[in-house]
Design a binder for this molecule. Structure first.
Ligand code: SF4
Length: 464
């Protein structure tokens, strides 16, 4: 735990985090993906896309899942395909082109695309010319807006200047670097050896190419990490000059991700007290360095668009975490990607052969999803505002939802008494507000408004 010489940051109360931190959804969607079903007919796949082509429909956000990695990091929770075969990228892109064509034919593609994200896996597994081919595919079917936020997840270990040049050519302007930890012993234990010189080189190339926002992903709770080693990692990363940081709590879910079983020798994994101390170190150093605590795991410079959106009340949450793409319909392409249009979530097949077979048959490669009820849609708004604004304004919500919020959700609001007593939320004349002590517990507060979770809690990762 932090010592007197390393004080806990104001507002961060570790005893409360310890008391309330139970496994729960991260609310990158509501209802969360754990509620999706494989009962597809009620989804009405074609009708869901047609319904999104509404007159005056909002902007579009595009997500491309590029799943390949050369080696597996033992902690990884992503849907990846481990291979050394570079040809896999070109073959996958051929199928991606089929999926884009099939979907775009059903969409109103005149709507502006305001956000594009390449996620993975490792998007830069794709050779530069395949990235250029993917960029051309996007521009053939869609209309990226001039201010489009185009972000790419980057693995600094296997990157060339030409990758960055290709990404810049196709319009990418934001990057997210997987770093996780800079300590060599930790890197060996997680099967991800990444000399810090790779991170420095990636930053230099990205800045040279004009990327305007660079995020760094870190993870705490990994084997052999201590508050002292993580303190050093934060220093190393701050010296890179990032615009945003995502500081994730390692989610140990070996029943879902078998590669994590290698950590089941718990002697290597830090305990809950040490994890909390690492979170405190990160919080203290990042806020002292001027970063805004956006919520959950996200920190951003005050002039970064995430922090600006939070101050303006326009912050949004989607499957990549916090986002500025409020009001956009999300169309996901590639294995396991999720699409979100006003009343429907649709997730693609998670395996390449099944996804490929659906496309070969000329069908949308959807495996599971959910049609939201009107009540789900109302709860989604409540949870989104809570997670993004850290408060619920009852009058504003009553107008947005078309119900008397205080009366309709009286039981949920009354059920916050323990959180109020512990200073996690406060009741105000306008509604409720999350205190600084409650920010690390945002999803715990949101769970109080989630009837799906309350009636059938499933196995989730720990909140911290
Ligand atoms: S952490 Fe990133 S590079 Fe490592 S296996 Fe997962 S997706 Fe691949």
């Amino acid at each position: 735990m932090p010592t007197a010489s390393e004080p806990v940051p104001p507002g961060l109360q570790l005893d409360l985090i310890k008391k309330y931190s139970v496994p729960g959804p991260r609310y990158t969607s509501y209802p969360p993906a754990t509620q999706f079903t494989e009962d597809l007919p009620p989804l009405g796949l074609e009708a869901a896309i047609a319904a999104d082509n509404r007159p005056g429909g909002g902007p579009i956000s595009l997500y491309f899942h590029l799943p390949f990695c050369e080696t597996r990091c033992w902690f990884c929770g992503c849907n990846t395909v481990i291979t050394l075969k570079r040809d896999s990228a070109g073959e996958y892109l051929d199928d991606l082109a089929r999926e884009v064509k099939l979907t775009a034919a059903r969409m109103d593609c005149a709507r502006p695309v305001t956000q594009i994200h390449f996620g993975g896996g490792t998007p830069t597994f794709f050779p530069p010319d395949e990235l250029r081919r993917l960029g051309a595919l996007i521009r053939t079917h869609f209309r990226p807006a001039s201010e489009c936020e185009f972000s790419v997840e980057i693995d600094p270990r296997r990157l060339s200047r030409d990758h960055i040049a290709a990404l810049a050519e196709i319009g990418a302007n934001r990057a997210s670097l997987g770093v996780q930890d800079t300590n060599p012993r930790v890197q060996l234990a997680i099967h991800r050896v990444q000399p810090h010189s790779d991170n420095l080189q990636a930053f230099a190339w990205l800045r040279e190419a004009g990327f305007t926002s660079i995020n760094v992903d870190l993870i705490y709770g990994l084997p052999l990490q201590t508050p002292a080693t993580f303190d050093r990692t934060i220093d190393d990363v701050l010296a890179l000059g990032p615009d945003r940081l995502s500081v994730f709590s390692y989610a140990h879910v070996p029943w879902i991700k078998p590669s994590q079983k290698i950590f089941d020798d718990r002697a290597q994994l830090p305990g809950p007290e040490e994890k909390l101390a690492m979170f405190a170190v990160a919080h203290r150093k990042l806020t002292a360095a001027g970063f805004t605590d956006i919520g959950l795991d996200h920190f951003a410079r005050p002039d970064d668009s995430l922090a600006v959106a939070q101050r303006a009340g326009t912050l949004h949450r989607n499957f990549q975490g916090y986002s500025t793409a409020a009001g956009a319909s999300l169309y996901g392409f590639g294995i396991s990607s999720i699409s979100s249009t006003p009343d429907t979530y649709r997730q693609n097949h998670k395996s390449v052969p099944e996804w490929r077979a659906a496309l070969a048959a000329g069908t949308l490669p959807v495996e599971r999803g959910l049609r939201l009820t009107p009540e789900d849609e109302r709860r989604r708004t409540i949870i989104m505002r809570l997670m993004c604004d850290r408060r619920l304004d009852f009058a504003a919500l009553s107008r947005t939802l078309g119900v008397d919020f205080g009366r309709t959700y009286a039981a949920e609001c009354a059920g916050l008494d323990d959180l109020v007593a512990d200073g996690i939320v406060v009741r105000t004349p306008a509604g409720i507000e999350v205190t600084p002590a409650g920010v690390p517990l945002l999803r715990i507060i949101a769970m109080r408004f989630d009837p799906h979770f309350l009636s059938a809690p499933r196995r989730h990762s720990q909140a911290i």
